[in-house]
Design a protein around this ligand. Structure first.
Ligand code: NAD
Length: 416
């Protein structure tokens, strides 16, 4: 009631009839003109806003499918393997979107990729956390992906025994988020980064894809659960799925553009190649070989070291051969086991540094012997590891490490 009475009041009684002057006629005219001007301004403003809203603006090259161009979402593309995969995809004329929360990756790697491929529609980087389902859905809604290579993960066996929940969340739960977004937005090809850690410690070597999966640490278990989710989903979908179980990844871009640069605080959980280089650079006093009483020829653990250049080649081949409604599971390794002692010797030769080595007792969660049977991937994807000389792979990686002693933060020229 109060409202309607106020609205019915004559305008002359409102505050802007000032000074008691009677100018009602000219005021009416001005009112009318004012209204027209206001309407015009509002119309122009609306058109401007609509034009600038995503619905009216020229769609970005990433938001529409283009015949002959395959747009790949690379999760974790700021990390070691993801950045190398993005480089290879870009080199092969794929369109690439990298999504990474930079929790473990490097913006420097993205910058290198952007410098290499500055043309519009080649590479975009989106800073986002895959644990944020809303953000992930928005990314899928705004981009026209043809395929996903899902690398993003926390990936340290030792850390997973200390922080298991973090691993189940980051690996298993986030894979579910990605898969749901793919299903909701009709993205039908998934290449998934899995690991030999899903096999645990099998009695029989080499490991084939038929070897039962019995992981013994949260990292391996979280990856196995993610695989199971993908496999269950694929049973009633026409998604093309390739699950690649990597063995131990080493090396770096032979042209020296990218390298492996984990956060310094992760060194203690680190991988053997990183530790070797750190020891060679004097960042750490020496190497600690954990376990010399394993049931192996020289008592140290046996691993299958796969060069990152070969690994990303396997991804590109898997992408090319992925078929709707089909699942391919492949081991990606060289098929050759190398002992930690052999590795350390190769590292000493590659770096030219006589690294100090301490032999300690075993580390919990480590398996004695792990190496692959890569015959399935050789046969079905026509893939074979090319970089099988350990010393050569380490030499390539060492070159980058020497020039990037602070990772991607600066390019220090070393005294070596
Ligand atoms: N390096 C190996 O030897 C090895 C072996 C087997 C399997 N893998 C698998 O390969 C993949 C890549 O490993 P990597 O060695 O390159 O590791 P990395 O740590 O170098 O890269 C992982 C990337 O994922 C990003 N990331 C992590 N959590 C994220 C999240 N919630 N949202 C968005 N981005 C996130 C990180 O910032 C990082 O850039 C992982 O899935 C890992 O499990 C690695």
């Amino acid at each position: 009631m109060i409202g309607s009475r106020n609205r019915a009041q004559p305008r002359a009684s409102r505050p802007w009839s000032f000074s008691g002057m009677d100018y009602s006629e000219s005021k009416k005219k001005r009112n009318f003109i004012g209204k027209i001007v206001l309407a015009a301004v509002l119309t122009v403003l609306c058109i401007y806003m609509l034009k600038n809203s995503s619905g009216f603006s020229t769609p970005s090259l990433f938001s529409r499918h283009e015949p002959g161009v395959t747009h790949v979402l690379v999760t974790g593309g700021a990390g070691f393997i993801g950045s190398h995969a993005a480089l290879r995809l870009l080199k092969d004329s794929y369109r690439v979107t990298i999504v990474d929360n930079l929790s473990r990756g490097n913006l420097g790697a993205i910058k290198v990729l952007q410098e290499q491929f500055p043309e519009p529609g080649r590479l975009q980087f989106i800073y986002a956390d895959l644990g944020d389902a809303k953000a992930v859905n928005k990314i899928f809604a705004e981009n026209a992906f043809d395929a996903v290579m899902h690398f993003a993960a926390v990936a340290y066996v030792g850390e997973s025994t200390l922080e298991p929940l973090r691993y189940y969340h980051n690996i298993t739960s986030n894979t579910l988020v990605v898969l749901e977004a793919m299903a909701a937005h009709g993205v039908n090809t998934l290449i998934y980064s899995s690991t030999c850690a899903t096999y645990g410690e099998p009695a029989k070597m080499p490991i084939t894809e038929e070897t039962p999966q019995a992981p013994i640490n949260p990292y391996g278990k979280a990856k196995k659960m993610a695989e199971d989710i993908i496999l269950d989903f694929s049973k009633n979908s026409d998604m093309a799925v390739m699950i690649l179980r990597y063995f131990n990844v080493i090396g770096s871009d032979p042209d020296g553009r990218l390298g492996e640069a984990p956060r310094p605080e992760l060194r203690e959980h680190g991988r053997i190649s990183g530790a070797c280089f750190d020891a060679a650079l004097g960042i750490i006093p020496g190497l600690k070989v954990k376990g010399t009483d394993y049931n192996t020829a020289d008592g140290t653990c046996i691993r299958d070291y796969i060069d990152v250049t070969d690994l990303v080649d396997a991804h590109v081949k898997a992408l090319a051969k992925a078929k709707p409604g089909k699942v391919g599971i492949y081991n990606v390794g060289t098929g050759k086991g190398r002992s930690v002692k052999e590795f350390v010797d190769a590292c000493k030769k590659a770096t030219g540094v006589d690294i100090k080595v301490d032999f300690l007792s075993r580390r919990p969660g480590d398996y004695a012997e792990v190496y692959s049977d890569p015959s399935k991937i050789n046969r079905e994807l026509n893939w074979t590891a090319q970089y099988t000389d350990l010393q050569e792979s380490l030499q390539i990686a060492w070159k980058w490490q020497k020039l990037h002693q602070n990772g991607y933060r600066s390019s220090l020229t070393s005294s070596f």
